[in-house]
Design a binder for this molecule. Structure first.
Ligand SMILES: C[S@@+](CC[C@H](N)C(=O)[O-])C[C@H]1O[C@@H](n2cnc3c(N)ncnc32)[C@H](O)[C@@H]1O
Length: 263
């Protein structure tokens, strides 16, 4: 089917090396939201597209047993190192390599979540529906699900397209080197797809030590489109937010967050 991509997402293995440096400090505002979701739905928690375990570890510290599924061996390896460093936690964590359209897990979960835009990496309607239907299958009858989607500001997307821009220029905390991340964005409005090339250059003084490159892509969704997808998968939206503080979804919101239950 047009729009389908290979299932192995090699871009995430390239990104795994820089992921925590890029996001660990910058993205924290969503953590109270995921803690509240897990408190509301209860355990155990199934997390899809768990990446390096940024959210997983917080939920395990709260005492939840978490099954964390991700497709990328590189991301899972970073998660494994995170849990090695963390030592014994009140909740048990199980890291599972798998595709969120058919996660290799059994049983029912009080809370099923897909944090920080993982779902934007399902590019075809077939794969989106397969993922939502498996979320439904894994949800306990009175459990809750939540998905946080990227929702681009389309006016800004148009302005940014095609130019190489610096996203950050900062010192690496453990290596003391200077890291500059650049990106170039392109988009296909008709396909609702964004394509972003990322480059990381690491310098010691004036000498460049290394350059990494990762081409990324993401599918964006309209609010009503996603409500229809949920409904086709037998899921009922309970709440819709435009940010992690519980603000409404409106023009300019860059997060599109759904909390839902089995229909
Ligand atoms: C933007 S990262 C988010 C990671 C993590 N949830 C967080 O909050 O930091 C997206 C993650 O989704 C994973 N992913 C993408 N497509 C997937 C799929 N079909 N099944 C499972 N994981 C997937 C990627 O490997 C990546 O780790």
């Amino acid at each position: 089917m047009a729009g389908d991509v290979p299932l192995d997402h090699p871009e995430f293995d390239a990104i795994a090396k820089w992921y925590d440096f890029d996001y660990e400090r910058r993205v924290r505002q969503d953590l109270p939201f995921w803690r509240d979701c897990a408190a509301e739905g209860g355990g155990p928690v199934l997390e899809l597209g768990a990446g390096t375990g940024r959210v997983t570890v917080v939920l395990a510290k709260d005492g939840h047993d978490v099954t964390a599924v991700d497709l990328s061996p590189g991301m899972l390896e970073s998660a494994r190192r995170r849990f090695e460093r963390a030592g014994e936690l009140p909740g048990k964590v199980r890291l599972v390599r798998g595709d969120m359209t058919s996660p290799p897990v059994r049983g029912r979960f009080g809370t099923v979540i897909a944090p920080f835009r993982s779902f934007n990496h399902l590019y075809s309607v077939d794969r989106q529906l397969a993922a939502l239907r498996s979320m439904r299958r894994r949800l306990a009858p009175d459990g809750i699900g939540a998905i946080a989607l990227w929702s681009p500001n389309l006016a800004e997307l148009g302005q940014d397209a095609g130019r190489v821009q610096v996203s950050y220029d900062r010192t690496h905390p453990s290596r003391g080197t200077r890291v500059v991340q650049r990106f170039k964005l392109q988009y296909d409005y008709a396909a609702q797809m964004a394509y972003v090339d990322y480059w990381w250059d690491e310098y010691r003084g004036k000498r460049r030590l290394q350059r990494d490159h990762a081409p990324m892509r993401a599918r964006w969704f309209g609010r009503f489109e996603f409500e229809h997808l949920l409904s086709r998968a037998g899921l009922r939206p309970l709440r819709l937010y435009g940010d992690f503080r519980g603000g409404p979804w409106r023009e300019g919101s860059e997060d599109l967050i759904f909390v839902f239950a089995r229909d």
